[in-house]
Design a protein around this ligand. Structure first.
Ligand code: NAP
Length: 600
């Protein structure tokens, strides 16, 4: 007979395979909402936490369960709210003019689901009636059996939800299905026969809802990367705490399979917790963003990892060794911290995507430990999504996955800027007033936003300028590089926030053929993604990275503060091109001045 473990492994693999195909269809436009959506769905660790917080497992477990419920509900509420906030911003020009229907709650869909659930309950009732009385049935049988069917429906709704992200048109509807799936799973779990009190569940849920609500509704779009990192840390902490509680409850009396899953859960959960916290602190500027390195760092980290893995192997053989277990958990926390300190803030997006994947794996491990299939499915989906996004980022940056996975990232060697830069030639600058005159003579423009636009928070100014130019009959298009900014889909979200219709945004493959015909390429705080050395200089660290072919435009204007390099530390030869003019200064201030000049 097939064992529970085998079934779990099949489910894990199939969910990962399905997740791969669904997530590959999500366009780069929606990569940031994808990250927050999978983050919210991974909040399914809430179902495991509810049982620990409400069960009769002792004070220690109740406290851990309570913290886990708070963390998971923060993720669910915050994750779904910010995803919806982002998705609401993605509109076409028609939508903005109010010509297209908006997403509306569809009562028929909800009714159909309720009828389905009611139908299932009736079937259970009649099948069980034959051999048990109604009271026994309602108290013992119904909750357990109904729950497993609730979980199946929830899993299907999560997958449909992610599938909705394949187009901005259906994305909000898809997310509604995922939200409904989460509601079903959570409400169903509340009937779990081991839950004897709701006190700590309710308090944890209220606190989590308030924190998640604030994180989902109040955080500015420019702070989305650090919010995502913080959510990963909360989800991972929840998984880790549930694992610790289970170990404590069983006093180490665990089978080898359960101990393996539990060990994996607490190790990956622990290191993801501290690693993600570090990532959030670096991105928020609370910790220095530069890589912190010391001699023998890699050897030390690898030795620590070996000690952690060795402890787990010992525990699998001899599970009743509590001191070793708690030391192992402590070391996992330390390892997460050490893993992230040598990585610079600029490389954090790749780290965040990888930690997202680790968080998913910790959730799946929790699912194996509790033999809870919905957690195995969502953990696998989350793990696949994070891993895929990390790989897509690496590919777009022309960095190898091995380089990312096995360290040394964030320590990109800086190119020798000095003599090479001097040999490049003359840099021409332009003022906002002169630029206003130039704009009178152009008929088409391609706007190329980059990380500097996010730093300057210039997206609203950019959108206003584009509108003004369009009113003057100039054809304006936006060119979006897949890794412009510091997060997949970063520019899309910022421009959507500034109400730029997404049908005016062109991805790299679509826009590159247009550059040769454009009268002007207006580069706003972008650098690496426009560097022609990526095509021409075999010695450049950027060589091989696909770029926006700005240099083919008839004229180029770059808004940035200096000639300083971008993320890669490589000098940009575009700035020495005779067609290129530099409008030096903070992008927002330069745009304000340009606006004033255009109006006068
Ligand atoms: P970039 O190469 O990092 O360059 C950004 C430029 O913005 C800088 O050169 C900076 O020049 C300018 N800037 C900063 N603050 C500014 C302000 N207030 N006003 C005007 N300009 C300002 O950016 P990018 O072209 O967007 O390229 C993104 C880079 O990040 C790529 O190398 C990519 O591989 C990497 N990356 C991206 C992701 C992702 O998922 N998007 C993930 C990891 C890594 P000044 O200091 O002279 O102003």
């Amino acid at each position: 007979m097939t064992s529970e473990l085998e079934i779990g492994l099949y489910i894990f693999m199939l969910a990962g395979f399905l997740g791969y195909h669904v997530i590959m269809r999500v366009p780069p436009l929606l990569h940031t909402p994808l990250m927050s959506a999978t983050n919210a769905i991974a909040g399914i660790s809430l179902v495991g936490s509810l049982v620990v917080a409400g069960g009769d497992y002792g004070v220690f477990s109740t406290v851990l369960g309570f913290i886990a419920v708070t963390c998971s509900s923060t993720n669910v509420v915050g994750g779904f709210l910010i995803t919806d906030r982002m998705l609401k911003m993605f509109k076409t020009a028609k939508d903005q003019a109010g010509q297209r229907r908006r997403f509306q709650f569809n009562p028929k869909m909800l009714l159909a689901l309720l009828v389905l659930v009611a139908g299932l309950l009736v079937i259970f009732y009649w099948s069980e009636q034959l051999r048990s009385d109604a009271i026994y049935f309602f108290r013992e049988v119904l909750p357990t059996q109904a729950l497993s069917y609730f979980y199946i429906i929830s899993a299907a709704l999560f997958i449909l939800g992610l599938k909705g992200l394949s187009s901005p048109k259906h994305a909000r509807r898809g997310m509604f299905l995922a939200e409904f799936g989460m509601l079903m799973a959570v409400v169903g779990t509340l009937f779990h026969h081991e839950i004897i009190t709701f006190k700590w569940i309710i308090i944890g849920f209220i606190i989590g809802t308030v924190i998640g609500g604030i994180m989902g509704l109040r955080i500015p779009m420019t702070a989305v990367p650090q919010r995502t990192a913080l959510s990963h840390s909360l989800g991972a902490l929840a998984a880790c705490l549930v694992g610790i509680s289970e170990y404590f409850r069983h006093s180490g009396e665990l089978s080898k399979v359960t101990m393996t899953a539990l060990g994996f859960e607490v190790i990956v959960g622990g290191l993801t917790f501290t690693g993600s916290l570090m990532a959030a602190a670096k991105l928020q500027g609370l910790l220095p963003g530069h890589p912190i390195t010391y001699k023998g760092q890699n050897i030390f980290n690898l030795s620590l990892l070996a000690v952690i893995v060795g402890s787990l192997i010992y525990l699998i053989v001899m599970p009743a060794a509590p001191t070793l277990f708690y030391v192992m958990v402590g070391l996992a926390f330390v390892f997460g911290f050490l893993l992230v300190i040598p990585i610079g803030a600029a490389d954090m997006p790749v780290v965040i995507a990888l930690l997202n994947s680790y968080g998913g794996l910790a959730d799946a491990a929790m699912g194996f430990m509790l033999m809870n299939k919905i957690q195995i499915i969502t953990g696998s989906l989350d793990g696949t999504s994070g891993f895929l996004l990390a790989l897509l980022m690496c590919r777009a940056m022309n960095r190898s996955a091995i380089n990312v996975l096995f360290g040394a990232f964030g320590k990109i060697e800086k190119a020798e800027a000095g003599p090479a830069a001097e040999a490049k030639g003359i840099v021409r600058s332009i003022t906002s007033e002169e630029m206003a005159v130039v704009l009178d003579n152009i008929r088409s423009m391609i706007i190329v936003p980059g990380y500097g636009m996010a730093v300057a928070q210039a997206q609203h100014g950019v959108a206003e300028l584009a509108k003004l130019l369009m009113k003057r009959g100039i054809d304006v298009k936006y060119a979006i590089h897949p890794v412009a900014g510091r997060m997949p889909g970063h520019m899309n979200v910022l421009l959507a926030d500034a109400k730029v219709p997404y049908d005016q945004l062109y991805d790299m493959a679509q826009i590159n053929p247009y550059f040769a015909q454009a009268d002007m390429a207006l580069v706003i705080g972008a650098n690496d993604v426009t560097n022609p050395a990526a095509k021409s200089d075999k010695n450049s660290p950027l060589y091989g990275m696909p770029i926006l072919e700005v240099e083919r435009a008839k004229s180029i204007v770059v808004l940035k503060r200096s000639l300083a390099p971008g993320f890669s530390g490589v000098d940009n030869e575009l700035y020495y091109d005779p067609k290129c003019m530099m409008l030096f200064g903070d992008a927002k201030e330069s745009l304000n001045k340009l606006f004033a000049a255009l109006k006068s």
